[in-house]
Design a protein around this ligand. Structure first.
Ligand code: ARG
Length: 466
């Protein structure tokens, strides 16, 4: 940044002041480095505003044409790198207006008739948000497609289901993937719902009280393709609740990804060895040649904390602000931009990594086949023979402790031994002790049986069509 005094520029609001704005204060308050991201939205908003102004005969058509042509050129200049937004212009709105002044002279000043930077920045932010909400929605959609594919591939693969991180009951891997499908489906619905509120034009609210010029806010709304128009000019420039709502949704998405990552990290460890993340998404160690680390999953997990920080940041900025606009609100943008970028890139890289992850089916078949997690099946076997569940649970507990003491997997315990625990046991108990049979014996709604998983896949495919 150039803080050389010789380059001093006039600020939009300077004329009322007799002393120039302190250089360090300007450097401190300039938002150009952050809000330059909004240049396209800003230009689009200005073109709509100027079009409306000319249609309402607030400015001459010929002048509006000059302004719009100038703005279109400036967009080219910024995107090509010919114009580098200068921090000394205070914010991106001023960068563009000053450049327009250089190009077409004082007529440029007519662009701001009936508008304040307050409704301008609110408009830019909403246009930006519509774009990033859609981008995040598409990234989630790709992830959900992959989850349904995975569910299909692995619907007959039995894995351990855990509670308290202890092996609990065998489940279909398809069932596991579909659990995450449902979480990301709700995230999608949250995004769809908040989009309706984002899709409201604040343009025409001016500073906060409206304008004495005959603005046609409804026309500006249509030109910008907004679905609704603000009702109250104070509200239009004062709230940032949609940003908070969006970052909350990002936080929930990151929380879901982070839990998923935790499973992948754990399950790809040598101790578990349930699955393998391909080399393309793993890293090594600079000192321990044998290492293969799940860094991508770890980074997604840690970026979750960063997005939570973004949420806390905007919540805290907004708390206690008197109505209407306050400069504090400029600090909404770093967390908004960061949350949008971090969440979308996390969903994308996670999807790619998951696509390159394979379940170690042989090992899981062996482990689930001899595991105590089939104990619930024994208890339910006894319940089906009319024993009260509590009694069935007690007897099964004894059998489990026998299995542990004698180091015998449940399917290898002889029938006489089972009979010693309860007369109700018969040789069909061994059918219940196959993990696949155990999974498929589930009859309740939304359970892990293959039939239920198939039904869930069908329902998920329906949702994906929407
Ligand atoms: N850079 C400011 C922001 O992002 C623009 C609005 C400035 N308005 C004002 N009254 N100072 O919020």
């Amino acid at each position: 940044m150039n803080t050389d005094k010789s380059k001093e520029k006039e600020l939009l609001w300077q004329s009322r002041f007799s002393e120039p704005f302190d250089r360090e204060a300007l450097l401190f308050s300039s938002s150009v480095d952050v809000d330059k991201v909004l240049y396209q939205e800003d230009i689009r908003g200005s073109i709509a505003h100027v079009t409306m102004l000319s249609e309402e005969a607030i400015i001459p058509v010929e002048e509006a044409r000059l302004i719009i042509e100038g703005l279109e050129e400036i967009e080219q200049e910024i995107s090509s790198g010919a114009l580098v937004p200068d921090w000394e212009d205070e914010d991106i709105h001023t960068v563009i207006e000053n450049r327009l002044k250089e190009k077409i002279g004082p007529i440029a000043g007519k662009m701001h008739s009936g508008r304040s930077r307050n409704d301008q920045v609110a408009t830019d932010t909403r246009l930006y948000m519509k774009r990033v909400v859609n981008e995040l929605g598409s990234a989630l959609k790709a992830l959900k497609h992959l989850l349904v594919e995975k569910a299909e591939t692995y619907r007959h693969t039995i894995i351990f289901g855990y509670t308290h991180l202890q092996r609990a009951q065998p489940v279909s891997a398809g069932h596991y993937y579909l659990a995450y499908f449902n979480m990301f489906q709700r995230d999608t619905e949250r995004l769809d719902d908040l989009y309706k509120r984002v899709d409201t034009s604040p343009l025409g609210a001016a500073a906060f009280a409206g304008s004495t010029l005959p603005l046609n806010a409804k026309r500006s709304m249509e030109l910008l393709d907004f679905g609704a128009l603000f009702q109250n000019s104070i509200d239009a420039v004062s709230d940032r609740d949609i940003i908070i709502e969006f970052i909350s949704t990002c936080s929930i998405i990151m929380m879901h990804l982070s839990r998923f990552c935790e499973d992948l990290i754990l399950w790809s460890s040598q101790e578990f060895n349930y699955l393998e993340i391909s080399d393309a998404f793993s890293t090594g160690s600079s000192i321990m040649p044998q290492k293969k680390n799940a860094d991508i999953a770890e980074l997604v997990r840690s970026k979750t904390g960063r997005v939570y920080g973004d949420l806390l940041s905007v919540l805290t900025v907004m708390k206690g602000l008197p109505l209407s606009y306050n400069r504090d609100m400029q600090e909404d943008k770093p967390p908004l931009f960061d949350a949008a970028k971090t969440t979308t890139s996390s969903v994308r890289i996670f999807t790619k990594m998951l696509a390159h992850t394979k379940i170690n089916e042989e090992r899981l078949a062996k482990l689930t086949g001899e595991d105590l997690s089939l104990a619930t099946e024994i208890a339910e076997y006894l319940v089906k023979k009319d024993l009260p569940f509590r009694e069935a649970h007690r007897i099964t507990g004894k059998i489990v402790s026998h299995a542990i003491e004698s180091a015998t997997p449940l399917p290898d315990i002889p029938l006489e031994t089972y009979k010693n625990f309860s007369e109700l046991f018969d040789k069909d108990v061994y059918d219940a002790l196959k993990p696949e049979a155990s999974v498929n014996a589930k009859q309740s709604h939304g359970s892990t049986s293959f039939a239920s998983v198939d039904e869930q896949i069908r329902a998920a495919r329906e949702k994906l069509k929407m």
